[in-house]
Design a protein around this ligand. Structure first.
Ligand code: LRH
Ligand code: MN
Length: 380
C-alpha cells in the first residue's frame, strides 16, 4: 500500500473566500462567496489532487447549508467550527465571559453546532475561543478557567458517541494580554476535564517562535490527546501562510514524530489533518492545490525515514547518523513516486498545471466578478 493512500487533508471553506488583514482585503473576481461556490472550488482541488475529500465549515459563515450540495461536487462536510468571536456580545469573551447570560448563549451556540454536526454527519467539532483580555488586572484568569471547564463539560455531556471536540489553543490575537486557552497544556487540561471525546488541536501558527512544535506533538501522542492539526506556515505570528512556504522541515518533523509513534506502538494515530490558511494574495484555488501537493510531498518524505535504523542510532546516541536518517529522507525527491501514485489513481501527474489548463478559474471569475467587486470593504 502506498503511504499516500492513507493521507487526506481537509480544506477550510474560508480559504476560498475573499479574506484579508486588518489593513484591508484584496478582492479576487473568482473568489467564492456562497457556501456552494466554496464546495465547488473544494471539489476542484479534490478532483485534481485526490487527497482532499472533506471541507471544514464555519457555522456563521457557511450555514444554512444542504449537505447534498457537497456530494454534488464530490466532497463531504468535514469538521464543524462554531464561531464565538464575532458577535458583539462576545466582547469580553464567550464561555469565559463574566456575564452568565453570555456564557449561557455561548454554550447554546456550541450545542447548536453539535446538532449541525449530527445533520451533516461530521465527527469533529473544531473549537477555537478568542477569549482573553488586553490589560493586566481586567480579568480573573482562574475564574474564567472554571467557567471554561463548566462550559466544555456541558458540551461534552451532549456529544454523540462518535463525535469529538478538538480544542485549539492560541497564545494571543485578538487578545493581547492573556488568552484563556493559550497553549497546549491549558488545552490538554481542559480537554481532559471535559471528557474522553475531547482532544487537543494543534494549529502550527499558534506558537511562539522558539517553541518546539513537534515536541508538543510527541507529548500529546504519548498522552493520547492529539486530535488534529490546522496546518499553515508563518514567519512571525499567526500569519496563516501556505503550508511549507517558510519552513517545510517543520511539517516534516511533525509527520516524523507521528510515524515514529505509530511504528513503536503499532497503532494508527487517530488524527485529523486540516488546512487553516487565509489566501489573501495568491489565487485561492491554486494556493489550495499547492498546499495539498506539498502536504503529500512532506508526508511521503517523512515516511522514508528508516525508523529501525534511527531507533538504533538514538539508542546509541549516534547523533550524526540519527540526524542523517531524517535529513536523507527529507532530501529525497519524492515527486516521481507521487506522480506514479497520481497516474495509478487516474489523476493528472501535475494537478496545478492540469487545473490551470481546465479553464475553471476563468469561468468562475467571469461568473463571480461582479458580485465580488461589489463587496469591497475598508478597515475603519
Ligand atoms: C484562529 C483560527 C481558528 C479559525 C480561524 C479561522 O486563529 O486558527 O482555527 O476558526 O483561525
Ligand atoms: Mn486554526
Amino acid at each position: 500500500m502506498n503511504v499516500l493512500d492513507r493521507f487526506t487533508i481537509e480544506l477550510p471553506s474560508w480559504g476560498f473566500a475573499n479574506t484579508g488583514t486588518r489593513f484591508g482585503k484584496f478582492i479576487q473576481d473568482a473568489a467564492a462567496t456562497t457556501t456552494e461556490e466554496k464546495f465547488a472550488d473544494a471539489g476542484q482541488v479534490h478532483a485534481f489532487t485526490g487527497c482532499c475529500p472533506t471541507v471544514a465549515m464555519h457555522v456563521k459563515w457557511d450555514f444554512p447549508f444542504d449537505k447534498a450540495v457537497a456530494a454534488k461536487y464530490g466532497v463531504a462536510v468535514g469538521s464543524i467550527n462554531p464561531n464565538l468571536f464575532e458577535d458583539q456580545i462576545y466582547k469580553h469573551g464567550s464561555l469565559g465571559n463574566p456575564d452568565p447570560a453570555v456564557r449561557a448563549q455561548a454554550l447554546r451556540h456550541l450545542l447548536d453546532s453539535e446538532e449541525i454536526g449530527r445533520q451533516t454527519g461530521s465527527r469533529d467539532l473544531s473549537l477555537w475561543f478568542a477569549d482573553g483580555s488586553n490589560f493586566p488586572g481586567t480579568a480573573n484568569i482562574r475564574q474564567r478557567k472554571l467557567w471554561f471547564e463548566e462550559g466544555l463539560k456541558a458540551m461534552h455531556a451532549r456529544l454523540d458517541p462518535n463525535q469529538r471536540m478538538l480544542l485549539e489553543y492560541k497564545p494571543f490575537e485578538p487578545a493581547f494580554y492573556h488568552t484563556d486557552i493559550a497553549d497546549w497544556g491549558m488545552s490538554l487540561l481542559l480537554a481532559k476535564a471535559a471528557g474522553p471525546q475531547a482532544k487537543v488541536l494543534v494549529d502550527t501558527g499558534h506558537h511562539y517562535q522558539a517553541q518546539n512544535i513537534e515536541q508538543i506533538v510527541a507529548w500529546l501522542l504519548a498522552e493520547n490527546m492529539l486530535g488534529g492539526f490546522h496546518f499553515n506556515d508563518r514567519r512571525y505570528a499567526d500569519d496563516d501562510l501556505t503550508l511549507g512556504s517558510i519552513d517545510p522541515y517543520q511539517i516534516f518533523r511533525i509527520f516524523h514524530e507521528i510515524n515514529l509513534f505509530e511504528w513503536e506502538t503499532g497503532a494508527r494515530a487517530d488524527i485529523a489533518y486540516m488546512v487553516d490558511q487565509t489566501h489573501n494574495l495568491k489565487p485561492k484555488i491554486e494556493e489550495m492545490i499547492q498546499t495539498a501537493m506539498f502536504a503529500q510531498e512532506l508526508f511521503a518524505k517523512a515516511s522514508l525515514v528508516d525508523l529501525k535504523k534511527l531507533a538504533h542510532f538514538q539508542a546509541n546516541a549516534d547523533l550524526i547518523d540519527a540526524e542523517e536518517c531524517l535529513k536523507s529522507a527529507f532530501s529525497t525527491d519524492v515527486r516521481p513516486m507521487i506522480r506514479e501514485w497520481r497516474k495509478s489513481k487516474g489523476l493528472a501527474e501535475n494537478p496545478l498545471e492540469a487545473f490551470r489548463e481546465s479553464g475553471y478559474l476563468a469561468k468562475v471569475a467571469r461568473e463571480r466578478a461582479e458580485k465580488n467587486r461589489q463587496s469591497v470593504s475598508s478597515y475603519a
